[in-house]
Design a protein around this ligand. Structure first.
Ligand code: DC
Length: 195
């Protein structure tokens, strides 16, 4: 069975947590597509070259979750040649037998416009910054500024900007627990699974 779940949304909205949980619940493979852009961003050198030669070791680096890696990812993600270099890998992943969950910014709009389930997971910038701050620590105001800067760049780039697909289901997690958000996502998937 091929069945694709596309989960998009801004930084720290809960996409990663929801994606991992639903992948486990339904036995689907999961791809965190942000990690691809983070790996390109931290690799250094020419980003197009880095995207074309991305290897498993690049994705295993332990500094991919840092604020700096997030910023670097958001900057290389505006380059159309970088996005093009990562497209085929993501589409193949989505089309694998047994079902796949991909989370990112453009999964429902560009990578998998035919996905069976499209979710757009969001939350207020303050709530997202607070969650990210609990993960990375440091100065919370700086984390909020970083979240806003990344939102701005991700939503306003010319190529594959962050936006919900017209048929995406919106899930605002600002006032939801993780369990509630996961339950919402699972209900949407269950409703669309083949009988
Ligand atoms: O989801 P994340 O925070 O790990 O993503 C890091 C950056 O990568 C994000 O700010 C923009 C970019 N990105 C993208 O442009 N398209 C995707 N599908 C995933 C991430």
């Amino acid at each position: 069975m091929k069945f694709t779940v596309a989960i998009d949304g801004p930084a720290a909205a809960g996409k990663g947590t929801i994606s991992r949980a639903v992948a486990e619940r339904f036995g689907f493979a999961h791809l965190d597509t942000g990690a691809l852009y983070r790996a390109v961003g931290v690799k250094g050198g020419d980003p197009v070259e880095a995207a074309n030669t991305l290897a498993p070791a690049d994705l295993a680096r332990d500094d991919l979750r840092s604020l700096e890696a997030g910023q670097a990812a958001s900057k290389v993600a505006v380059i159309p040649e970088v996005r093009a270099a990562l497209l085929e890998f993501q589409r193949k992943f989505a089309a694998q037998e047994g079902g796949a969950v991909l989370d990112g910014r453009d999964i429902g709009t560009v990578i998998c416009p035919e996905a069976e389930v499209k979710l757009f997971v969001t939350a207020s910038a303050e709530v997202r910054a607070h969650r990210r701050w609990l993960e990375v620590g440091g100065d919370e105001a700086k984390v909020l500024a970083e979240v806003r800067e990344r939102d701005e760049r991700d939503m306003n780039r010319a190529d594959a900007p962050l936006k919900p697909a017209p048929d995406a289901v919106l899930i605002d997690t600002s006032e939801m627990s993780i369990d509630e958000a996961v339950a919402r996502a699972c209900a949407e998937i269950t409703a669309r699974l083949p009988a």
